[in-house]
Design a protein around this ligand. Structure first.
Ligand SMILES: [Zn+2]
Ligand SMILES: [Zn+2]
Length: 560
């Protein structure tokens, strides 16, 4: 029976280009997952969008003397272009700047208010006397009260991952001018998070299928206790607070952005011409499972705050089924830092290289359970030694040899020997193993399994050596080539979620029509006599000296 899968993907701030840390952490994994489920014939909706309202966007606008709308529009275009080139197959990639999103966010706000989960209170809010303005949390920096990291922001400490309220910071200062902020009274709305604590804890304890890091982090957080949190601010940029007397305030971004998952699904449904279709993916009785793909710095918002908001809003909507948060990607052995330009920017990468080699490296080196490192040397080595030498050459030598010697068609096999049957069985088993691995979000292990099948097929060919056999016994060569082609035909299916561009090419070289996805996650029957397409190499070998050249760009001024 087909399943319904909702895939929510972290909303990037529209304030700067995407980098490989984000791709490895939150964007490639959901795409692998979505492509796999679509191939299985499951109903998938994968949504995300640019967070236009985060203060990082207003900070960037101020730095560049532009308005936030211009900045957000610029990056929205760039992001869409990147998704297309890298093959991140969103069903909808929108923004939080739509009317639809504002409506859904305000509806949730008002429903929570009506149910008394929100209340008004006077807070003292940071005000910079030099800049003459209220300072949003991200405009304040200081020492983290928990881990004493020196550069914690007023909303969260990046070093220890704890969310913060600006007044908790030690030696707080205005990010724009360095002046210690003053606190002035202002009336804001608060979310009563503690009333959800017991329900959340009961729910979280049942999520034994979550990754341990996510489960433990969430439990610990809940056990330490929750506090009421302000969800409105004195800012001009954002979704207006739909309450009289609060016209000049905005719903604060951490509360509003997560609502994007629901609003984007509604927008997607409208665009499909089936405005009620969102219910299939959100209402409990429709049986969908929701997955949220994020980096580890976002765990709290997806395992505590968003579930609490959903619990308060309605009893009928799905809570997250799984939140497979990834750890971080370091770059050349150092923590990634966008401000120091210690990052590999995606548009930059895509201007020089193909998408699949990056997808390959980030998959086989995915920071699923611990941080992993990206280095250009590793990138080139894995491209040359694994993608080209193990997989690409296997495909290319089998296809070209068959194409030239068997009239451009899949040869007819005779009775297969034990070794050949064993390899075909292994391909079948690998498909089953990978099915379970990807279903459980173990992407790194899954692609390793596929690559070991490719290795084994190379060994098989070395032994069978059809290039020699063909001179003595044409049928022997036909048999081993048929077996190898069959395995390759399975490889293009199992590697499709990871390497969609080369899988599609391979699909066509093998003489199939349409898209890989249309053929399902199952053994691909390769009809003898099927006409092959003249093959070209799937991957390009890269010059090893590029590694040094690429690495030397790190840490210098950003190209834009
Ligand atoms: Zn900290
Ligand atoms: Zn200031």
């Amino acid at each position: 029976m087909s399943e319904r899968i909702f895939i929510g993907v972290a909303w990037p701030y529209a304030n700067g280009s995407l980098h490989l840390g984000q791709i490895a952490g939150a964007y490639l994994p959901p795409d692998i997952f979505a492509r796999y489920h679509r191939t299985k014939g499951n109903e998938v909706v994968m949504v995300s969008g640019s967070d236009k309202h985060g203060t990082p966007t207003t900070i960037k606008a101020e730095q560049e003397g532009k308005n936030p709308e211009e900045i957000a529009e610029y990056y929205q275009k760039e992001f869409l272009d990147c998704w297309q080139k890298l093959g991140i197959s969103f069903d909808l990639y929108t923004t939080t700047g739509t009317e639809n999103h504002a409506e859904v966010a305000q509806d949730i706000f008002l429903k929570l208010l009506e149910k008394d989960y929100l209340y008004k209170d006077t807070v003292s809010q940071a005000y910079c006397t030099k800049c003459q303005r209220f300072l949003p949390d991200r405009y304040i920096e200081g020492i983290c009260p928990h881990c004493h990291s020196p550069n914690a922001r007023g909303d969260q400490c990046e070093a220890c991952g704890k969310p913060l309220d600006a007044p908790e910071l030690i030696e707080a200062r205005c990010r724009l001018c360095g002046t210690p902020p003053e606190y002035r009274d202002s009336e804001q709305f608060f979310l009563r998070l503690p009333v959800f604590r017991d329900r959340l804890l009961d729910w979280v304890k049942q999520q034994t299928h979550w990754r341990l890091n996510v489960l433990n982090f969430t439990k610990r957080f809940l056990e330490e206790g929750l506090i009421d949190r302000a969800i409105t601010r004195d800012i001009e940029w954002g979704v207006p607070v739909p309450v009289e007397g609060f016209e000049n305030k905005r719903i604060y971004v951490w509360f509003e952005a997560v609502i994007g998952y629901l609003s984007a699904t509604k927008e997607w449904a409208k665009l499909q011409g089936k405005p009620e279709k969102w219910r299939d993916f959100w209402e409990k009785d429709k049986g969908a499972h929701s997955y949220y793909f994020i980096g580890k710095d976002n765990i709290v918002f997806h395992t505590i705050i968003w579930p609490a908001m959903l619990m308060g809003y309605s009893d009928d909507l799905n809570l997250p089924y799984n939140v497979p948060a990834n750890e971080f990607l370091t770059i050349e052995g150092r923590k990634l830092s966008t401000s120091q330009n210690w990052a590999v920017w995606l548009p930059d990468y895509l201007s020089r290289y193909d998408p699949d080699p990056l997808r390959y490296l980030l998959s086989i080196n995915m920071p699923e359970t611990s941080d992993t490192d990206f280095s250009w040397r590793k990138f080139i080595r894995r491209n040359n030694d694994e993608l080209v030498a193990t997989y690409g050459n296997l495909v290319h030598r089998v296809l070209t040899f068959t194409y030239r010697n068997f009239d451009g068609r899949v040869p007819q096999a005779g009775e297969l020997d034990r070794q050949s049957q064993a390899l075909l069985k292994k391909a079948e088993d690998t498909l089953t193993t990978m099915d379970a691995l990807i279903y459980g979000c173990h992407f790194r292990e899954a692609i390793r399994t596929a690559m070991s099948l490719a290795q084994e097929t190379n060994r098989y060919l070395d032994e069978k050596s059809p290039w020699k056999a063909i001179k003595e016994n044409r049928q022997d060569a036909a048999d081993s080539l048929y077996v190898a082609l069959s395995v390759i035909s399975q490889l293009k299916t199992m590697l499709y979620p990871f390497l969609p561009f080369s899988s599609q090419k391979l699909h066509e070289y093998l003489g199939f029509e349409g898209k890989v996805e249309d053929y399902g996650w199952k053994l691909q029957d390769l009809p003898p006599g099927q006409k092959l397409l003249e093959p070209k190499p799937l991957f390009v070998k890269l010059d090893r000296t590029l590694a040094e050249e690429e690495a030397s760009r790190l840490g210098h001024a950003h190209y834009d």
